[in-house]
Design a protein around this ligand. Sequence first.
Ligand code: ATP
Length: 909
Amino acid sequence: MGNGGPRATSLKLIGSILFIIHLVDIGCSYGAVLSTDTFNGSYDEYTSSPFDLSNRSVFDFLLLSIFRAVTFPLLTLLGSKYGAEVPFSLCVCCKVVDEDSDGENELDSGDTSASSEDLSRPLLDPLSKPSLLLSPTPSSPRRRRSRFTPSFFKGLVLIVLFLMSTTIQVYLGLRVSSYNFSNTLLPVLLCLSVLWINLSVYFHRTLLDELTRQKGLFLPKVHRHPVFLQKGLAFHWCDLCKTRIKGMQGAFRCKLCDFDMCIKCSKREDAAVVSENMLRGDKGVRTESAVSNGTYFGRALSMAKGEGPLLVLSFTLLALYCLSGLYLPNYQGKIIDRVVPDDSGEYDKSGFIGDVKIYLFIMLAQGAFSTVYSAAFQLVSRRLVFNIRNELFRKILSQDVAYFDGTESGRLLSRLTNDVDMMMQPIQSSLSSLISNAFMLVGGLVFCYVKSYRLSMLAFVTVGPIMYLWDLYAQWSKRLNRQMLASWAEGNSIASQALSHIRTVKAFGTETSEITAYNEANGEALRAGVKDAWGNGLTTALTSYLDLGTGVLILYYGGTLVMDGEMSVGELVTFQLYWNMMNNAYQNLQGLVTSFTRSAAGAEKVFSLWDNTPDIDPNDGAAINWDVEGEIEFKSVDYFYQMRPDNMVLSGLDLKIKKGSVVGLVGRSGGGKTTLIKMLLRFYDPKAGAVTIDGRPYTSLKVDDLRSYFGVVSQDTELFSKTVAENISYGMKPGTYTHEDVIEAAKAAQAHEFIKEMKDGYDTRVGERGSRVSGGQRQRIAIARVFLRKPKIILLDEATSALDENSQTLVQEALDLLITTSKATVVLVAHRLSTVMNADKIAVIDKGKVLEQGSHDELCKLNGVYATLVNKQKKKRENELNQEAADGQKQNPNRTASIDDIDKLLDAR
Ligand SMILES: Nc1ncnc2c1ncn2[C@@H]1O[C@H](COP(=O)(O)OP(=O)(O)OP(=O)(O)O)[C@@H](O)[C@H]1O
C-alpha cells in the first residue's frame, strides 16, 4: 500500500500555498514602493524616530520580502535534509505510514472491526512472510559519530526561522510606526507584511514537519497510531506481552501515546488478536481512532446540547459582560483627559463627574453579569461531568464479556476518573473563558486599530512569534499528557489488582514488588509531568519577555506621540488598556488551546470506549413475550476465546436440554463445561452454530430479558460489599419481594442458622467479595439468591467443589432441595459422580464435544467413558472398604470424597 500519494499531495498543497504567500508578500511590498512613488510627498517621514533610517522610500520592505522568499525555503530545505530520521528498514510487506497519520488511508475500506475470520488472521497477511521483520538500519558512520541528532538540526532550523521572523517583524513594526501616512493604501500594504510573515512561517514549519516526518509502522489492529523503532526504553514494558523491554534491543514506541511493543511481539502473528487492553467486542478487536482538537471540541459541545436554555442565558449574560468590558477603557481614557486642563487652564468638572458615574455604572453592571454567567456555566459544566461519568459507566458495563477478558479493571477505572477529568478540565474551567476571551480579543483588536494603527502595528509584531511558541508547546504537551494518562492507568491497574488480591500479596510477601511496580508506573507519569512543567515554564518565560518588550515599545512610542501632540494622554492610556485587554485575552486563549490540545488525549480514550457498541448489544433483539419453558439446545456450536484463538474450546457441540430436566455435565478439567454455562448466559456468541431457547435463537432475543430467566451458583461466588439481605436479593427489583421472602430463601438454602448467629443478622455486611464469611457460607448465600429469584433455568457450576466435606454436605443438601423443589431446568457441572447420578441426563464433555449422553443407567449400559468411571469408583470403594476393615479404621470422609472425584477417576483411567 503506497504512502506517497496522500503525502505527495499534501506536500504539493503546502508548497503551492507558500509560493502564493511569498508572491503576495512581495507584491504588497512592491505595491507599497509604487505607492510611495505615486504619492511621493503625500506622506511625511516621522523624523523624531531613532529608527529613522533617513530613507524616504519603503524599498527595504521590498528587499526584506525577497529575502524572506529566498531564505525561508532554503532553511526549510536544509532542515529537511539534516532533520529527517529513517531509523529502520522494512520488508515490503509492512505497512508504512507517516508519523501522526491516523492511518485511515492505509486501511481497507470499512475495516473497522475484526470479523470472526479476522481473528484467526495473523497481524499481517501470512502470504507476506517473513511477516513483521524489521531491522534497524545501520546508520551511516558519519551519523553515528555525530553528536548532533537529526532532531537537533530540525530544532536549530526552527529556532533560526523563529528568530529571523521575529527580528524582521520588530524591524518592520518600528519602521511603520515611524511614518505618518496621509494615504490609506500604504499603511495597509505595509501592515499586511506582518500577516504574510506569520503565515509563511507557519506553513514553512508545517512543510518541514511533513518533510522530516519519520516513516512509522501502522498496525491498525494492534494500535491506533503508527509506531517507531526506538532504543533505550529500558524502563518500559511491552504492552502486548507485559514483559520488560531490553534497552539495548529497543522496541516500537508510539509517539502520540504510551504504547510500547517489544521486538518479539512485533513478530507475533497473533499480536493483533491477543493483545491486552485493546478495544474489542465479542467478534474481535476494534480499531481505535485518534481525536483531533476540532472533533474533541465539537463532541464536547454536542454533549452539552441538553443544557440549551441555561447555555443561552449564560451566553447572553456573557455577551453583555464583554460589551460592558469593552467600553470601560474608553471611559478611563476620558476621565484621565478630564483631569488635564484645557488650553484655557480650565477643568471640565461636571463632565468629569458624569464620566465617573457612567464608569461606575458600567462596572457594577459588569460585575452582576459576570456573577450570574459564571454561576450558570459552573452549573452546566458540573452537570456535564455528572452525565458523562454516568453514561461512561453505563457504556463500560454494556461492553461484551470478551472486552473484560482482555482489559484490566484498573485501566477502566482510570478511564472513568483520570481520563474524564482530563477531558473535562478545559470545558469545566474555561468554556465561558473561551467565549469571553474571544470577544475581548476581537473587540480589543478593533479598538486598538481605531485608537492608533501605528502603535497597533508595533504591538502586533510579537503576536505571531508568541503564537508560534505556544503552538509548539501545545503539540509537545499533548504527547506528554497522553503518556501521563497511560502511566496513571498502568498504576491504577497495578494498585487495583494488588488491593483486590491483598491476601495473596501478603501470603506471598510480594508487597515490595507491587510497590516497586506501582512506583515505576507513577514515576513514568512524573517524568512526563516534569518535562511538561519545564516546557511550560520555558514557553511562558519566552512569551512573557516578548510581551514585556512590546509593552516597553508601546510606552516609548506612545510617549513620543503624546509629546509630539499626536495623541492625548487619555488616548495613550486607552490604547494601553485595550492592548492589555487584547493581550490578556489572547494569552488566555493560548492557554485554552494548549489545554484543549492536552485534553484531547484524555478524550481519545473516553470517546473510543463511548463509541464502542458491543457485539452482544443490550438494545438488539426482540423482547421475550412468551411463557418461557426453559428448553435449550446447542446446535453444532464451535467456540474459541478471543485471547486464545489457537485453543478450540467447543467444536461442533450438540446438546439438547429438555424443559424442567436436570442435566449434569461431567468431564475432564478444561473440557469446556464452564464455557457451556457461559454460553447459556450468552456471555459469548458461538463462532459457528447456534444456541436456542424454546426453539428461538439466542441472537434474536434481548440479552437482558434472556438473562433474567437464569439463576446461577458458580464455582467462586463473589459477594458484594453489602449486607447479607442485600446480597440475597441482589438483582431483584424492589417491591417484588419481602424481607420474609429473603428469610425463607435463606432457610431453604441452609443459611438462616449462621446468618441468625451473626450480631447484625441479615444486616451484617459481608465485606468486599464476601471476605467476612466462609466459602461454604458464601455458597449458601448464593443458593438463597436462586431460591428467592425462582428462575426458569438454574445453572450450578461446581458449586461445592472448593468446599470441605462438612460445608459440602450442607451446600449439597441446599442444592438438592433447590433442584427438587424448583420446577426449573437445571444444568449442573459436577466434579463428583454422586452429584450427577440422579440427573435426568448426564453429558460427558471432552475436548469441546459431547462424548456420550443419557441417564445414569443408560450410560452404564453403554459401557463407555461414564461406565468406566462408575466401575472404577466401585472398585476403588471396595478396595478402600477392604483396607479399612483390615486396618480396623473408621470410614475417612476425605477418602470417600476422593473416590467420588471425577477428575481423579479420569486420571486413573
Ligand atoms: N476467558 C478465557 N480466555 C481464554 N481461554 C479460556 C478462558 N476461560 C477458559 N479458557 C480455556 O478454555 C478451555 C475450557 O475451559 P472451561 O473453563 O470451559 O473448562 P472446564 O471444563 O469448565 O474446566 P474445569 O472443570 O477445570 O472448570 C480451557 O482450556 C481454558 O483454559
